[in-house]
Design a binder for this molecule. Sequence first.
Ligand SMILES: Cc1ncc(C[n+]2csc(CCOP(=O)(O)OP(=O)(O)O)c2C)c(N)n1
Length: 667
Amino acid sequence: MQDTVSADRVTHSDLANAVRVLAMDAVEQAKSGHPGLPMGAADMATVLFTKFMKYDAADPTWPDRDRFILSAGHGSMLLYALLHLTGVKGMTIEELKNFRKLDSKTPGHPENFMTPGVETTTGPLGQGIATAVGFALAERMLNAEYGSDLVDHHTYVLASDGDLMEGISHEAIALAGHLKLNRMIVLWDDNGISIDGPLSISDSVDQVKRFQACGWNAVRVDGHDPKALQRAISRAQKSDKPTLIACKTTIGYGAPKKAGTSKAHGEPLGAEELAGAKTAYGWGHAPFEIPDNIRDAWAKAGKKGRRQRKAWEERLKALAPEKRAEFERRVKGVRPAGLADAVARLKDRLVAEPQNVATRKASEIALEVITEAVPELVLGSADLTPSNNTKTKNLTAISPGNYAGRYIHYGIREHGMAAAMNGIALHGGYVPAGATFLVFTDYARPAMRIASLAGIPAVYVMTHDSIGLGEDGPTHQPVEHLAALRSMPKMRVFRPADAIETAEAWQMALERTDGPTTLALTRQNLPQVRKDGGAQNRSATGAYELSPASGPARATIFASGSEVEIALAAQKLLEDQSFAVRVVSVPSLDLFLAQPEKVRREIIGDAPIKVAVEAAVRFGWDSVIGPDGIFVGMHGFGASAPYKDLYKHFGITAEAVAEKVLRTHNL
Ligand SMILES: Cc1ncc(C[n+]2csc(CCOP(=O)(O)OP(=O)(O)O)c2C)c(N)n1
């Protein structure tokens, strides 16, 4: 290949081979990793980074940069080599030598919170391409708000066979195709190889036809032909649809025996194959050594976007000061000043006019106020808008080609929704909140896990949160989901008891900038149990004494959400028999358990009998009530019946709580 890109006669192949050898050397040194993908995809990546990416390595967070998402996260060394060669600060050769070592900037799979220049965490196949849909959508939405002078970039994805085989890819491409996200360009590393062998043993999908059926352009090119790649990307940039470029490549390109086989996928090449590949490239340098002329040419590619960045900064400076400050606030992810006041005023209004409503309805009431106070909040639902109560009157929905709006109809695509939300948040400029039934968090969970791991401030509005949904029955009644979500590190779960706690939960969710929040909300109406409003957010400790005992407490009843009403009724039954009981509302068990010991001890108190009431499984509550505590809740799956009958059937009633307390007391 004689595509000279600099005066020093550096060719495309020289540049691509530099990526290849760095990946091969790093995997060899780490004694683990995936050399095959970087070796096969280096031509695609080189064309993209040297000819197309609007990118300035000196500022990898510049808001109007093109985004590059390595969906096939196992090929992480491809990305690390690119970040190193283009000159991203901190991505030194030492970091490449420390590939996969503790605290290096080069972990096994790309982590956006570890490595400058990495846009999103990938590794679970399919997540990257689905997250990219959110990036591409956020770009168009922010463009609709701020214009092309400030927001005008592409989202490029490098996806592997595994990315396209995963079910989530279908949700993602269907959504992107429908919304005509033409700034999204996917380069598919079509090497026909996965771990078990050739793809033909398990797959015969015509991906080009599949993408076309989803409203995409889709073309096939030789993934080792830089001119063909260049032509295809140029055409994709002019398209009014998203584009798939199926790039036929050879995994482990150049390795004498392993090229084109699954042996090149996920293990070091070994000395012989490594040497053979370097000979095939005509590469005669020591491990990790890149000749100066090639280094310089890559550094030049890393500066390609500098002028564009400077010009963009000038345009930003020329904006009216208020508009500029608002844009900067939004892309930096700083929350607006008015949120806490707006919530405090809403709470005062709720105290004056109590609302006995379902917490999903309470959420809508809160959103009427909060969407005004937080203009970057973008809501949506996976086709349950009327049930999730997420579309307030002031929100309009985006549609294909028209991105001026703050509501997204994600379709029945929970997983695609949660992944797109990650992309929307990571792109910057928006806080995404998406909704479905709590039981279907299972369908969204892998993307929710990425949000937790990567500290993405997304909000999940999960309604129909227990057997309280009634007649739809056990398929729709979550029992283990609260425990499952609470066990996820960095996920915060709120299950508010009434309209005031719901407003407080929304405030906490939106003030949080370092991780996601799930709001578990009821279908059924609940009484407003809180009589106090004001600025203090009592849910902030996760639990608090809602109703004190009349004297020294002999029992404490802890409850969350819809069962707080039951706890208060049980308290009354017991107090009527002169048995002093206090009630602690626990809107967020996980947040409560994360409090300092002193705070926890004080709220748990020292009443000898401890009861937890929650229409879900016990798992997790022992940390509050201890192994000898009384648990009134679910011990298996639910059933189909009117919800009041279900509460009686499963023994989750005030009478049952009171009876168990007295029985324990009399033991
Ligand atoms: C959701 C998920 N399932 C399984 C894996 C484990 N895994 C890593 S790569 C891979 C498949 C490799 O095939 P391909 O995507 O074609 O990559 P290539 O062999 O071309 O590098 C699998 C199953 C994963 N990372 N994510």
